[in-house]
Design a protein around this ligand. Structure first.
Ligand code: VGL
Ligand code: ZN
Length: 197
């Protein structure tokens, strides 16, 4: 399938082992990596000769905050400081780095006054949004994995669906703040027509 892409949401060190370490994060990174390998044909699934290496764009959404972001507790927000631009906590997990293409990295949360959970409006270095780039690439089907199910993953999936894409959520490749919240978010997304894989 030439019209498929993967969106990796916030697989960043602060959400994996840092200030906002989420549950299931290490496992979610591993699952994401095997999904990527399967889809790009490094490990073709049985009978999937149609998988063509390089025809599967991988887009990375990255929470990227200034040190004084309004979502941080010091500023009266709900979260500890996290994903401050330029720090290790804002970096994509090492195992996923080989798959990064600069123009397919989309940053969000850069405005200190604005919380931004959705990756859909994240911006790349050329100023294009994730939604725009998916359109330009001719993508119709979007696989999603990442962190955190209840926040950025859910918001991103819902905006993708709203934008007309068919969304496939890799449910084992997710990490979450709270297990009950994760299950609740999955049930809500399922009811909204987001497909679980
Ligand atoms: C996220 C809380 C604050 C997320 C980002 O990636 O889900 N959650 N910033
Ligand atoms: Zn954030």
């Amino acid at each position: 399938m030439k019209d498929c892409a993967l969106v990796v949401v916030d697989m960043l060190y602060d959400f994996i082992d840092g200030s906002m370490a989420c549950k299931n994060a290490e496992a979610a990174v591993g699952e994401s990596l095997s999904l990527i390998k399967k889809k790009i044909g490094e490990e073709p699934a049985e009978g999937s000769e149609d998988v063509i290496r390089g025809s599967f764009p991988i887009l990375f959404v990255c929470d990227s905050h200034p040190a004084n972001h309004s979502s941080f507790t010091k500023q009266g927000g709900p979260w500890p400081p996290h994903c401050v631009a330029g720090t290790r906590g804002a970096e994509i997990h090492d195992s996923l780095k080989p798959y990064i293409e600069d123009e397919l990295v989309f940053r969000k949360g850069e405005n200190p006054l604005q919380e931004q959970y959705s990756g859909f409006e994240g911006i790349n270095s050329a100023g294009q949004t994730l939604g725009e780039v998916l359109e330009l690439l001719g993508i119709k089907n979007v696989f999603v994995c990442g962190i955190a199910t209840e926040y950025c993953v859910r918001q991103t999936c819902e905006d993708l669906k709203q934008g007309g894409f068919t969304v496939y959520l890799a449910k084992d490749a997710l990490a979450y703040v709270d297990y009950a919240g994760h299950l609740e978010a999955l049930a809500a997304m399922d009811a909204e027509g987001i497909r679980m894989i």
